[in-house]
Design a protein around this ligand. Structure first.
Ligand code: URA
Length: 433
């Protein structure tokens, strides 16, 4: 017998729930015994009062027990590594990290999601590759990671069903932005897929999902690292800049092209730095027995000697896709956005670029929306770039002239050009481990 009203009241009053009470609430909700309105009220109580570290772990553990789990590491007899980002504009990091890490001999298996709102999801990006299949069974996932070294697939309905149900409620009750709810949601999926070592990337800035300050991001990072420690997984959390888009490309096929270029050593500097740093830390957490500096050297070598590109091609073929860059769809209209006066790019709004890409059709507003894989924005000038009047700032890749014109206005407005070089910081703002 679950006394949901009493549990809501206790959380609302800042009192702790026991592990059994947490488990009863979460599993009761998943089975349909606790109605949506009570779970929504409990989420709101958590939003305002938070949860202790023990309660957050009990919530995570109950969510994991709500469905199937995979022990990827045990199935492979290796330490399996995974990476996750809280999401932002132009974030195609996993697509470049996976083949580099695999080329270094470390198995990489990841379940990923689709995008909503102003940023696309990894699955949407991968589906711009002709023929690429994201729906693999758990057995196919395990054998592909064993045989090919890597796989990125869609999350199955049986994995952490409690999270899927609770997230759907949070999404419509203004309770997504709660650190313990985000931490348990992300980490339950990582632990349920048997990741022994995880690099997390918490985005900070106006293009990040869940607007957060650097201090707030540190709190979320500490909670996720703590959940990993309690579950016996090694977790490192990067806090990275999302005040401007990551790299240059925003939009599904455009981002795949940029990931392919980066794996071959020709990527934009900020994106290349994040990819190599994430790879270095994943390799240091793996069973290779290397430190971060050695991991970085291995990752750089895999890019330079072409083995990362070879791993990418093997991976895409294994999931039915055509790895040829030329096979990716392209938009019929490309409109240039040029600087109207000389100066330095002092700001390039990530959210504004994300919205321009969304309006072009690169993202979805509702889960049912179809995504146009070809369209998007390429930002050639980033923060700190000096430009002369008439220099190319960005390109809009559009389906028709009308949407190109509207997006070009939005992209122009996303750029602020001034006299002063803004204070520069790198892509990496902090690391929590
Ligand atoms: N990503 C998730 O998977 N869950 C959240 O709650 C927020 C971001």
């Amino acid at each position: 017998m679950i006394r949901a009203a009493e549990l809501i009241e206790r959380t609302r009053n800042g009192e702790e729930l026991s592990d059994q009470e947490m488990s009863g609430l979460v599993l009761g909700f998943t089975r349909g015994e606790v109605p949506d309105y009570q779970m929504a009220a409990w989420c709101m109580a958590v939003y305002f009062r938070g949860l202790s570290g023990r309660e957050t772990y009990a919530l995570t553990d109950a969510m994991i027990r709500s469905g199937d789990t995979i022990d990827l590491g045990a199935a492979l007899g290796r330490r399996a590594v995974d990476k996750h980002s809280t999401g932002g504009v132009g974030d195609k990091t996993s697509i470049a990290v996976a083949p580099i890490v695999a080329a270094c001999g470390v198995p990489f298996g990841k379940m990923s999601g689709r995008g909503l709102a102003h940023s696309g999801g990894t699955l949407d990006k991968l589906e711009s590759i002709p023929g690429f299949r994201v729906e693999l069974s758990i057995d196919e996932l395990v054998s592909q990671v064993r045989d090919v070294g890597l796989a990125i697939v869609g999350q199955t309905a049986d994995l952490v069903p409690a999270d899927q149900k609770i997230y759907a409620l949070r999404d419509v009750t203004a309770t997504v932005d709660s650190n313990p709810l985000i931490a348990s949601s992300i980490m339950s999926k990582k632990i349920a897929t048997g990741a022994d070592a995880v690099v997390l990337d918490v985005k900070v800035g106006d293009g990040a999902h869940g607007k957060r300050t650097l201090d707030d991001a540190r709190i979320l990072a500490e909670q996720m690292v703590d959940l990993g420690r309690r579950a016996g997984a090694k977790v490192v959390c990067l806090l990275t800049d999302m005040d401007q888009p990551l790299g240059s490309a925003v939009g599904n096929a455009l981002e795949i092209r940029e990931a392919v270029d980066t794996i071959a050593g020709n990527g934009p500097p900020d994106f290349t730095e994040l990819v190599l740093d994430a790879c270095a830390r994943l390799l240091a957490l793996s069973d290779l027995g290397v430190d971060v500096a050695e991991g970085r050297r291995l990752a750089e070598d895999a890019v330079a000697d072409g083995s990362a590109t070879a791993a990418y091609q093997r991976w895409i073929r294994a999931q039915g896709g055509d790895p040829d860059r030329a096979a990716l769809p392209s938009a019929p209209i490309v409109r240039e956005v040029r600087a109207t006066y000389a100066g330095v790019v002092v700001r390039l709004g990530a959210l504004a670029i994300g919205h321009a890409a969304l309006e072009l059709g690169a993202g979805r507003r509702t889960k049912e929306d179809a995504v146009d894989h070809a369209v998007g924005v390429v930002c050639h000038a980033k923060r700190g770039h000096a430009v002369s009047a008439g220099d190319l700032l960005a390109e809009v890749h559009a389906r028709d002239e009308q949407s190109a014109a509207a997006a070009a206005i939005q992209v122009q407005a996303a750029y602020a050009i001034g006299d002063e070089l803004p204070r520069q910081h790198g892509i990496l703002l902090d690391v929590v481990e």
